[in-house]
Design a protein around this ligand. Structure first.
Ligand SMILES: Nc1ncnc2c1ncn2[C@@H]1O[C@H](COP(=O)(O)OP(=O)(O)OP(=O)(O)O)[C@@H](O)[C@H]1O
Ligand SMILES: [Mg+2]
Length: 242
């Protein structure tokens, strides 16, 4: 479960996130939608205890990011978009193992986890190769596996399909389905309505740091009286500029 409670984040005079609240139930796949600069990454960094909220609080499985950051960190896996920051001279397996050891996983359990993730993400053909020569999509898969190695309850995926081709994006979506079957809580951000629509029934839509909507996609359609989700997104973006 993720509960965002009236959270704001300011960087000096810049307000990145302002008074945002929404709730993701345990076992739910939830979308965080917003255009570039909306505040998605900032919100997720606060969930991951990398940034402290200026105001408000976030609870992860009942633990406060402000008061119980260690408990929170143990329960979350986070994947940030952009440069995934792998060690090029290590193999995929070694990269994932290094992360797992930081979480204190013992060797046998660690190797079991890596084997099962490698299978799930269809990485078996390159799991023991050095990542230096990997394509972007291959690296993204390693980064996803690294995010999941300690079997977190709450998974935060910041624009996870960036750089993935159609096949890899499909593998990713199947993986999200499996994680949901395991009862994981998944929040995933995107600036792409179509992408969100494939995976989530409920979303939070933020624009310029402010929450525009939180709830079911059906409710969103009803509220705007527009069937096409991309058109709704455009209406929100343009409406706030008017
Ligand atoms: N460390 C920082 N210092 C100052 N401003 C910041 C910092 N981090 C983010 N911001 C600002 O906060 C706002 C929200 O940024 P954020 O990265 O959260 O957006 P985003 O929704 O993830 O966008 P994108 O889709 O481009 O990744 C932007 O105006 C950004 O410039
Ligand atoms: Mg971002």
């Amino acid at each position: 479960m993720i509960e965002v409670k009236q959270v704001s984040k300011r960087f000096g005079t810049i307000t990145a996130v302002e008074d945002v609240s929404f709730r993701v139930e345990a076992g739910e796949v939830y979308g965080l939608l917003g255009e570039n600069g909306a505040g998605k990454t900032t919100t997720m960094r606060m969930m991951a205890t990398i940034l402290q909220p200026t105001e408000g609080d976030i609870e992860i499985s009942g633990f406060s990011v402000q008061k119980e950051p260690v408990e929170v960190r143990r329960r979350i896996g986070i994947l940030f978009g952009g440069d995934v920051g792998l060690y090029n001279r290590l193999t995929a397996r070694e990269n994932i193992a290094y992360f797992g050891s930081l979480y204190g996983l013992e060797q046998r359990r660690l190797q079991e986890r890596i084997d099962s993730l490698s299978q799930m993400l269809e990485m078996d053909s390159f799991i023991d190769r050095r990542v230096g020569a990997f394509s972007r999509g291959m690296k993204q898969k390693v980064a996803i596996a690294r995010t999941l190695v300690h079997d977190p309850d709450v998974i935060l995926l910041d624009e996870p399909t960036t750089g993935l081709d159609v096949t890899a994006a499909n593998i990713f979506r199947r993986m999200v389905g499996k994680l949901q079957d395991e009862g994981k809580t998944i929040l995933f951000s995107s600036h792409n309505m179509g992408e969100i629509n494939k995976l989530c029934k409920r979303i939070a839509l933020i624009h310029k740091g402010r929450l525009q909507f939180a709830g079911g996609l059906d409710t969103l359609r009803e509220r705007f009286g527009i069937a096409d989700l991309d058109d709704i997104f455009m209406a929100v973006v343009e409406g706030s500029e008017a």
